[in-house]
Design a protein. Structure first.
Length: 225
C-alpha cells in the first residue's frame, strides 16, 4: 500500500492495532511516499491519496475531507498570549508547511490571515517544514504555531497536546481517497482492507471542529488593518 508520509504517521499507523483486530492475519506493507504509485511497474495493491480524486484508470472512493486550523501547544499559546487573539503572532515563531504535501487549495499563513481579514505581515519569517506531520510535531514540541491539517492533528487536539487558540478551520478542496486498479480491487486482501478503511472513514464521519471540553474556547478573530 502506498500512502503519503504524514497520513501514514499521523492517521494510519496509530490505527494498525485496530486493523489487526478487524482483519486478523492481514499482512500490510506501508510504502510512505509523496510520489504517485505506478501500478503497472510496482508491487502495489492499493493507495491512499490526498488529492482531487481524478486518478485515471483507477477505482477510487472518497474517504473524508480536510481543513486547516492554527495549532500550537497549550504552553506556547499561553506564553505568547494567543488565547487573546492572533495579534500575538507578531512575536511568535511561525511554522510553515512548504513541501509536496501542501496542495493548491490549502491556504498558507498569509492566505489564511487574509481570509479572516487580517494582515499577512503578522507571520513574516518563521520556520519552513516539508511535511504536514513535521508541522504538527514541531507545534507539539512548543517550537511555534502552524496551520495544521485537522484530520492529522485530531488525536493531538483531543489529547490536549495541541490547541487551536483562535480562528476558524478553513476547509480545503482536496480530500483523502482510496484507489486501486479494477483487477486488484477483486483481491480478497484488498477487499478486506478496503472494508476496514470504509468502516474507519464512517467512524471518523463529517468534519467536527467543536473543541474538546477540556480545551480553552476559541476566541473570535478581530479584523485588523
Amino acid at each position: 500500500m502506498s500512502v503519503a508520509p504524514s497520513f501514514a504517521s499521523k492517521w494510519l499507523i496509530p490505527r494498525l492495532d485496530a486493523l489487526r483486530e478487524a482483519v486478523p492475519g492481514l499482512e500490510v506493507l506501508v510504502d510512505a511516499s509523496t510520489r504517485l504509485a505506478d501500478f503497472a511497474s510496482e508491487d502495489i495493491d492499493c493507495v491512499i491519496r490526498y488529492g482531487s480524486g481524478a486518478y485515471s484508470g483507477l477505482i477510487t472512493e472518497r474517504l473524508f475531507s480536510e481543513a486547516v486550523l492554527p495549532v500550537c501547544s497549550p504552553e506556547f499559546a499561553r506564553t505568547h498570549g494567543l488565547f487573546r487573539g492572533p495579534e500575538g503572532l507578531r512575536n511568535a515563531p511561525i511554522l510553515h508547511e512548504d513541501g509536496p504535501e501542501r496542495d493548491p487549495s490549502c491556504p498558507d499563513w498569509k492566505g489564511w490571515l487574509r481570509s479572516n481579514s487580517l494582515s499577512g505581515r503578522l507571520v513574516d519569517g518563521g520556520i519552513r517544514l516539508s511535511q504536514s506531520s513535521l508541522v504538527l510535531d514541531a507545534a507539539v514540541a512548543g517550537k511555534g504555531i502552524g496551520l495544521g491539517k485537522f484530520r492529522l492533528a485530531e488525536p493531538d487536539l483531543a489529547a490536549g497536546r495541541l490547541v487551536s487558540p483562535f480562528g476558524s478551520p478553513q476547509p480545503v478542496e482536496f480530500s483523502y481517497y482510496f484507489a486501486t486498479t479494477p483487477h486488484k480491487a477483486k483481491l480478497a486482501t484488498v477487499e478486506r482492507f478496503h472494508g476496514w478503511l470504509k468502516a474507519e472513514a464512517r467512524r471518523v464521519g463529517a468534519l467536527d471542529f467543536t473543541p474538546p471540553a477540556a480545551l480553552p474556547a476559541r476566541i473570535a478573530i478581530v479584523a485588523a488593518e
